[in-house]
Ligand binder design. Structure first.
Ligand code: KG4
Ligand code: ZN
Length: 350
């Protein structure tokens, strides 16, 4: 009888060092370290600092994950690691750690697409995905509406992506404009909580009937916020940070939810999954819940701590790959910092 798989997941694509342990769809435990505070002074992630921080955090975070899961290193049967996309130096550190663990234990290694990890995170909270779903991925580097069938067996179909900034990137840039710090999402949403979302009417891009139905653009919105702040400052007026944050946040949320629901309707799919760092946003969760209830669509959003980068989501993909009988990627796998999402496993063999 074969042993029950215990999959160790490694995430290091940006500023979070994440290790997670998943067995048969169940999260056993995880460890997480973040170098966000080291980047705050620069207003964004400095790749070299992130890579060094991953190296420093690797062994302590590995011990945290094992202790949290109550397993020994020798209980691990498979290793999965983000091999792309992400900051090249950062991905390399996690992938090298994953190779070292897999090699020393003599267990198979799977390369995982980071964004497939975000989608898989939801299975840890809400069980297997349905046969068909629309997935809205909203992270710091990507914003896409996807048609997902079997996450690890089938190609992932992009219905639409962003033409310029990702949703999280827009939060980070607006945060910088408002002097709120990095990462922008949590601080902008905190500021927005006391603001009036109707105070400023910021643009909702690509929402006209003739526009591409699922494509996003957030750079005009960011520019509009910048112009507003500049104009107020030029006139010597106080910048109403909370009102600007709330108005900006609503502009992003409205477009995201409208286009995701449009995809559900067009494709006749009744499950919407929202994942990625921006899915931790309370306003997005609230508006999406409301609109999905009205439309009779089941909404699935993982708990906020599984929306932002973590190792559990990568272990979740690994666990699905193992159970689907996928061939391991092998120890020779290289990092692919600009991997496009077409399938859950890297290198892609669909
Ligand atoms: O998925 P993620 O952790 O990393 C990437 O794969 O990029 O997403 C990070 C992004 C950042 O841009 C961050 O500002 C944003 O997610 N974010 C949020 C919130 N928490 C994180 N955006 C809006 N509201 C939040 N509460
Ligand atoms: Zn991410």
């Amino acid at each position: 009888m074969s042993r029950q798989p215990v999959v160790f997941g490694v995430e290091s694509s940006c500023d979070e060092t994440g290790f997670g342990i998943v067995s048969e769809g169940k999260l056993l435990g995880q460890g997480l370290a973040s170098s966000a505070s080291q980047h705050a002074a620069f207003g964004g992630v400095v790749p070299e600092l992130a890579a060094r921080a991953h190296l420093d955090a690797a062994v302590p975070t590995l011990h945290l994950a094992l202790a949290d899961a109550g397993v020994e290193l020798s209980d691990i049967t498979h290793v999965a690691a983000t091999s792309g996309p992400g900051l090249a130096t950062a991905v390399h550190v996690g992938l090298a750690s994953a190779k070292a663990i897999a090699w020393s234990l003599g267990v198979p290694l799977y390369g995982v697409h980071h964004l497939a990890g975000h989608a898989a995170a939801d299975t840890l909270d809400h069980g297997p995905l349905p046969e068909r779903s629309i997935t809205l991925i909203v992270s710091g580097g990507h914003t896409s509406i996807l048609k997902v069938t079997d996450l690890v067996r089938d190609p992932i179909v992009h219905l639409g992506d962003t033409l310029d900034d990702a949703a999280g990137e827009a939060f980070d840039k607006v945060s910088r404009l408002l002097g709120l710090g990095y990462p922008g999402g949590p601080v902008v949403s905190r500021a927005a909580a006391t603001g009036d979302p109707g105070a400023f009417s910021f643009p909702r891009a690509l929402m006209k009937g003739s526009d591409p139905r699922y494509t996003f653009s957030f750079s005009g919105l960011k520019t509009s916020v910048a112009r507003t702040v500049e104009t107020l400052e030029r006139k010597g007026e106080a910048v109403p940070v909370a009102d600007i944050a709330a108005s900006f946040q609503d502009a992003v949320v409205e477009v995201l939810v409208a286009k995701a629901l449009r995809a559900c309707r067009d494709e006749n799919i009744d499950t919407l999954v929202i994942v990625g760092g921006v899915a931790a946003n309370a306003r997005l969760r609230e508006v999406a819940a409301l609109r999905c209830a009205e439309a009779g669509i089941e909404l699935r959003v993982p708990r906020p701590s599984l929306c932002t980068d973590n190792g559990a989501m990568i272990a979740a993909v690994g666990d699905l790959l193992v159970r689907s009988g996928a061939e391991p990627s092998g120890l020779a796998i290289s990092a692919d910092p600009s991997a496009v999402l077409h399938g859950a496993q890297l290198p892609l063999e669909l």
